[in-house]
Design a protein around this ligand. Structure first.
Ligand code: ASP
Length: 471
């Protein structure tokens, strides 16, 4: 191929990705140009964000049908022992990467000690989460949501424990003595739907011929969602431009933030970079004997969308589309990636650990080894429990803070830079899920080929049998 042709094919292959990166840059330029010292009202920001909002809404509409159909069709078309092995591999990978992320975050924050520079930071109780909840209730809610009692309801709401102070409560009353009740809210119960999808996939696979129509239905639904994704994806350059621009218009108090939260910001960012390009690369190399940088390059579209939307759920359709275009076996990607987008959030886990220890440093609280162990366990749980939506990690942070006796309102100390960190940690979250599909595919290649060969043989035998009967 001539140099010119090669250049042309390279440009056309990467056109969308370059346009989306351009979209982020255009958003930054547009945001700062419009801002220009002016304070924009919420309504004005809403107008600027409108095109981006439409793009997000389109992506979000695909999530529910895509998650369920992908998981059922992927697991249903594998035999039980193979899907069991693939499932185990993904869970081992997700658990390992999350634990590595938490440990890395803790090492960085305890050596850099950004909290010693957090002078003048004040918690703003008016911006603190209104819901008061204990760590144990949060964990129990997570487990309850794995088993939704009503699937239709799970599509729109999840279970939450509510604690209300009794009439005679004082400031000293512990949350454990509050009145307890339950409610449903907070958006889709993705975890419950993922678990249901896994069970349904296993069942359909076991049913054989009888389950075939149902499997065909989910296969077709997942293909249809991917076709729509292929259309929506072309809107990403415009969508991210306006999402990023609106976010920049919303920034307040930049100068003071750089002083007190700058080092904290850099600690999280350094952790995310080291985890994304260091730890994940080493794990990728150990599992596949290949360097991941080519794969990461091909995933740029996914990473830019994650950065632009700050939501791993909204990025899911694009991640699956990217896996298809990279030639990853769809039985693996549609199984591994939706599960990862729901429970595996390395960037969030790292950030939760850094943020909790940073706040303890600001408050001059000395943490013992058992506090650090407590933080690492709750940071992992908080990352599993966080939804794949913007700033979900900030909400589940309360649980990590409570383990070291810090009040809920202290999450507001890091609020000012959270919007930007959220975008970086979402990028790492999504990158880790996509790498998981490639690793698990490489590790399961032999078994998948065997399964295909056995299936081919069975089909050939059946055909030969039918011909014999016809003769
Ligand atoms: N925005 C993140 C995600 O969607 C979650 C978080 O850390 O807030 O992956």
């Amino acid at each position: 191929m001539s140099k010119q042709k090669r250049w042309k094919s390279c440009v056309s292959e990467n056109l969308l990705m370059m346009m989306t990166v351009g979209g982020v840059l255009a958003g930054v330029v547009l945001g700062f140009a419009l801002k220009n010292g002016k304070d924009w009202s919420k309504r004005e920001i809403m107008y600027i964000q409108f095109p981006g909002d439409l793009f997000l809404r389109m992506l979000k509409s695909l999530i529910l049908p895509l998650i369920l159909s992908s998981i059922v069709s992927a697991i249903g078309s594998l035999d039980l022992s193979l899907s069991g092995r693939i499932g185990r591999r993904s869970i081992y990978y997700y658990a390992t990467t999350t634990v590595c992320a938490v440990i890395l975050g803790m090492i960085l924050v305890t050596t850099i000690r950004p909290g010693l520079h957090g002078h003048g930071l004040e918690a703003d109780a008016s911006k603190a989460p209104k819901r008061s909840i204990t760590t144990i209730d949060t964990l129990l809610d997570l487990v309850r949501n794995i088993f939704p009692p009503n699937l239709v309801q799970a599509c729109i709401a999840q279970y939450r424990t509510e604690l209300t102070p009794p009439a005679n409560a004082t400031n000293e009353t512990s949350k454990y003595d509050y009145d307890i009740s339950s409610s449903y809210g907070d958006g889709t119960n993705t975890l419950g739907l993922v678990v249901f999808g896994i069970i349904l996939g296993i069942t359909v696979g076991k049913m054989g011929e009888q389950g075939k129509p149902l499997l065909d239905f989910f296969n077709a639904l997942s293909e249809a969602m991917m076709i729509i994704t292929n259309w929506v994806i072309w809107l990403s350059p415009v969508g991210v431009t306006f999402l990023v621009a609106a976010q920049i218009l919303d920034i307040k108090e930049f100068g003071s933030v750089v002083q007190s939260l700058g080092l904290y910001f850099l600690t999280v960012l350094l952790g995310l970079i080291l985890h994304g390009f260091g730890t994940l690369s080493i794990i990728f190399f150990v599992c596949t004997r290949e360097l991941p940088f080519r794969a990461i390059g091909k995933m740029s579209q996914v990473m830019v969308t994650a950065f632009g939307t700050a939501s791993s759920s909204a990025t899911l359709p694009i991640t699956l589309q990217c896996m298809d275009s990279m030639g990853v076996d769809s039985r693996i990607s549609r199984f591994v990636v939706p599960i990862g987008a729901t429970i595996n959030m390395d960037g969030t886990a790292l950030y939760e650990a850094v943020a909790a220890i940073f706040i303890a440093q600001v408050r001059h609280i000395d943490l013992s080894i058992s506090d650090l162990i407590g933080i690492s366990i709750t940071a992992t749980a908080a990352s599993i429990g966080a939804a794949g939506i913007p700033q979900a990690g900030l909400v589940t942070m309360v649980m990590v803070l409570n383990t070291v006796g810090l009040p809920d309102k202290d999450v507001t100390l890091i609020l000012a830079v959270d919007w930007l960190l959220d975008r970086f940690r979402t990028t790492v979250n999504v990158m880790c899920d996509a790498l998981a599909a490639i690793i698990v595919e490489k590790m399961s290649k032999g078994e998948l080929d065997n399964a295909d060969a056995v299936e081919g043989l069975q089909e050939a035998t059946e055909l030969a049998h039918l011909r014999k009967v016809d003769d």
